[in-house]
Design a protein around this ligand. Structure first.
Ligand code: ES4
Ligand code: ZN
Length: 326
């Protein structure tokens, strides 16, 4: 309780957040009604009942369904703004959210609608809430290389609004090297790269993210602890891992928070960070993730400060902004 009060006040940076995963059931129903979209739920209680997952794919099926209610530029603005208000309330001062354009393009929504709504909210967040941000566009790895390449082409007129590209969705059977050429093209365009790896997939997928995709951060990466050579590599290079504790327990990557390896990796010198992933689906935003580590893993204030400092080190903000965050 004393630690929780202190964690609420601690300045925080979030580096692993899917905007579509911040869609709270209340806003989902409101947008479904406005846009006349059918939902497989009758009320908020039924939605919350449905949020019980035994693996990543169970979650993804429901997450893509929820995203169907997002139609207009205003919807994407409202989604992003609601997330930023949560950040403000939790003293999160810099964010680098992901969005999944392919989820929306497949439903006939224009790229412009998605990115303009998100960008307008991020700009207003900077101006009115003092929250700085950098936006990352993710490719869905269960779709083809060709589909990702076409999505990257659609993004070209908007490169001033995107700092980098990422890779998300079903990890097993879709190794990073499937997107080597797409990521090479993105780097040629001046974009930074990150990728989900080692969430459900093996440590070898983390190696290929580093070697093939030349990522600046690995999203999740918790299975790195199975590979001592990889651990050495991560520690020596200070390669950041954006770890998501509540996500990992909800998706049964770890059976219980007491089994999570984040503090072990922290103590071994890995640049691990705490993030919320899909807070509307996994039971909380940044503070709740820190609380879960305090309650399930005996995280101390010193641990929390190191985790928060790692996120500042790992973020894509300018040197000037980083010094303000410290
Ligand atoms: C995701 Cl937790 C997770 N893993 C992979 N892809 C995702 N997209 C949204 N959340
Ligand atoms: Zn994620």
């Amino acid at each position: 309780p004393a630690l929780e009060a202190w964690l609420r006040k601690m300045p925080k940076v979030e580096l692993h957040l899917h905007l579509e995963g911040s869609l709270e059931p209340e806003l989902m129903f409101k947008l479904a009604q406005k846009n006349a979209i059918d939902l497989p739920f009758n009320n908020v209680e039924q939605v919350k009942q449905a949020y019980q997952f035994s693996q990543l794919q169970d979650f993804l099926d429901i997450y893509y369904q929820g995203a169907n209610v997002l139609v207009t530029e205003q919807d994407f603005f409202d989604l992003t703004w609601a997330y930023l208000l949560q950040c403000k309330a939790q003293n999160v001062r810099h964010v680098e959210p992901f969005f999944d354009p392919q989820t929306h393009l497949a439903r006939g929504i224009n790229f412009a609608t998605v990115i303009n709504g998100i960008h307008a909210a991020l700009l207003q967040g900077q101006q009115e809430l003092g929250i700085s941000s950098e936006l990352i566009m993710c490719f869905l790895r269960h779709l083809s290389e060709q589909d990702a390449m076409a999505t990257l082409a659609l993004a070209e007129p908007y490169l001033d609004k995107i700092i980098g590209v990422g890779l998300d969705s079903s990890e097993m059977g879709h190794p990073p090297e499937k997107f080597s050429r797409v990521f090479a093209k993105a780097r040629q365009l001046g974009l930074l790269t990150v990728a989900h790896a080692g969430e459900e997939g093996p440590a070898s997928y983390i190696h290929t993210c580093l070697d093939d995709l030349q990522v600046s951060r690995v999203d999740h990466g918790v299975r790195a602890s199975e590979d001592p050579d990889l651990m050495e590599r991560l520690i020596t290079s200070r390669m950041p891992l954006t770890v998501c504790p509540l996500s990992n327990t909800k998706l049964k990557v770890f059976s219980d928070m007491s089994q999570h390896n984040i503090l072990q990796m922290l103590e071994q010198g890995v640049c691990v960070t705490v993030n919320s992933d899909d807070p509307a689906y996994f039971g909380g935003y940044m503070n709740e993730n820190f609380f879960a580590l305090a309650n399930g893993l005996e995280m101390t204030a010193d641990h929390a400060m190191m985790l928060a400092a790692n996120a500042i080190e790992a973020c894509f903000a300018s040197g000037k902004r980083k010094s303000q965050l410290l």
